[in-house]
Design a binder for this molecule. Structure first.
Ligand code: AMP
Ligand code: GLY
Length: 428
């Protein structure tokens, strides 16, 4: 008799809800557990009361509960060595070790790694002394991009418009320690011009399979105005990725990164996410992430037709070579983020939300990002509250579905961008 698989998904945002949703469609999967999870996933996954900050305890729990595969969402757990602990216990885990996760957890490591392996990226310098960093900015023409070395929840990057802003960024990171230890070292790099593209590849450390290309929308306001956020929406696929560009990205970026990190003794298992700038000279790496992108994943996974469990299981167990090419649903998907009033600045939580009785319609899926269920009522519980995903034959259809669904959801102060996918719509 066939025994169904048990999967554990670590994380609690819209990305993890999308992972749970896609894994639940696999005929192989009998049960999904999640920690900490969110209540929006409750129909699909069982919330577990074991803290992922204690990898030993979580690994013991996974053993006792015969978990076949653990999928890790957020980078913070990987940077602390969750995958190492699971591997040491002989547990299959989809996500890189602490050493491989340095591609995201240390910008200095990532930049020097790219230089060693000739992976195209912006020219850069590393500083661990404030005076030297400031002197460098004083003596160069700019423009400058200033990056804190360590993890700073996506906020440790300043694209400076002028010398004053660049100096203020270095001061905030290295002197005022706005990001704590993460800012003790900084990278100062040249500013790249072009359009941004998100490419994710599932890898077992040798082989890789690219997921559909996507585009994120980082700025809070329409027309890409206002401060950066964790991402206000995404769509997939994008025609920005031409077949020729796809081949270049595979050959010049993904293959050398995956082979390079393995050659350095830290094979990478999981999703390697390349945040790229498509410049007139070709693709350049802005950053690597060592996990699924958020909110790109919400737009990409609703289109996957291949069995996600089989894919991630093959990668976690070094069998990706045997895995067929990925299959995707025809058409497009668009994810629009509904955020709390004030986000990405201060916002309040606990505001009641209406319109969430069903999460799935004919051509829409809703993923919970920052919500809570209080006495049977959904309330806001974070900056990014909901991810409303529309599907359609074209991007315009997908957007139409998403925006129509959004009109039926209400909470006080809610805001969202009305122009997700504008670059792609303009291209057509
Ligand atoms: P990150 O937090 O590393 O994702 O960077 C945030 C954003 O800063 C990126 O999505 C880009 O829009 C921008 N950025 C980072 N590095 C550069 C660069 N070298 N040139 C231009 N823009 C950059
Ligand atoms: N969407 C960008 C990220 O996941 O970091």
């Amino acid at each position: 008799m066939l025994v169904g698989k048990r999967v554990l998904v670590v994380g609690s945002g819209g990305r993890e809800h999308a992972l749970v949703w896609a894994l639940a469609r696999s005929p192989e999967v009998e049960r999904i557990y999640t920690t900490p999870g969110n209540e929006g996933m409750a129909q699909l996954a069982v919330k577990v009361q074991v803290n992922a900050d204690d990898p030993e305890a979580l690994a013991r729990w996974a053993k006792e509960n015969r978990i076949d595969l653990t999928v890790v969402g957020p980078e913070a757990f990987l940077a602390k060595g969750l995958a190492d602990t699971f591997q040491n216990h002989g547990l299959a885990v989809f996500g890189p070790t602490k050493a491989a996760a340095r591609l995201e957890s240390s910008k200095v490591f990532a930049k020097e790694f790219m230089a060693r392996h000739r992976i195209p990226t912006a020219k850069f310098k590393v500083f661990d002394d404030y005076n030297e960093a400031a002197a460098y900015i004083q003596s160069t023409p700019g423009p400058w991009v200033v990056k804190a070395d360590g993890l700073a929840a996506g906020k440790g990057v300043v694209v400076a418009n002028n010398r004053k802003e660049a100096l203020a960024a270095v001061e905030a990171m290295m002197v005022s320690q706005r990001f704590g230890q993460a800012g003790n070292r900084v990278v100062i790099e040249e500013k790249l011009d072009g359009e941004e593209l998100s490419v994710m590849a599932v890898t077992d450390g040798r082989e890789f399979r690219m997921l559909l290309p996507a585009q994120d929308h980082k700025r809070v306001g329409d027309g890409d105005q206002g401060p950066n956020t964790g991402g206000m929406g995404a769509y997939a696929p994008t025609t920005l990725l031409t077949p020729g560009l796809k081949q270049r990205i595979a050959q010049e970026i993904l293959a050398p990164a995956i082979n390079g990190i393995a050659a350095e003794g830290a094979p990478f298992v999981g999703v390697l996410y390349a945040g790229l700038m498509i410049t007139p000279d070709g693709p350049q790496v802005i950053e690597f992430n060592v996990r699924f992108g958020d909110p790109e994943t919400q737009a990409v996974l609703v289109l996957i037709e291949s069995d996600l469990y089989k894919l991630l299981d093959a990668a976690a167990n070094g069998r990706l070579q045997e895995h067929p090419e990925l299959k995707w649903r025809e058409g497009a998907a668009a994810c629009v983020v509904m955020a709390s009033g004030g986000y990405p600045g201060d916002y309040s939580s606990g505001l009641p939300i209406t319109g969430l009785d069903t999460l799935e319609g004919d051509e829409t899926v809703i993923f919970h990002a920052g919500t809570r269920l209080v006495d049977g009522t959904w309330v806001t519980n974070g900056g990014r509250v909901l991810n409303v995903v529309g599907l359609g034959k074209t991007l315009a259809d997908a957007l139409d579905q998403a925006y129509r669904r959004i009109e039926t959801i209400k909470f006080s102060g809610a805001h969202f961008r009305r122009d997700i996918g504008w670059r792609e719509l303009q291209r057509r």
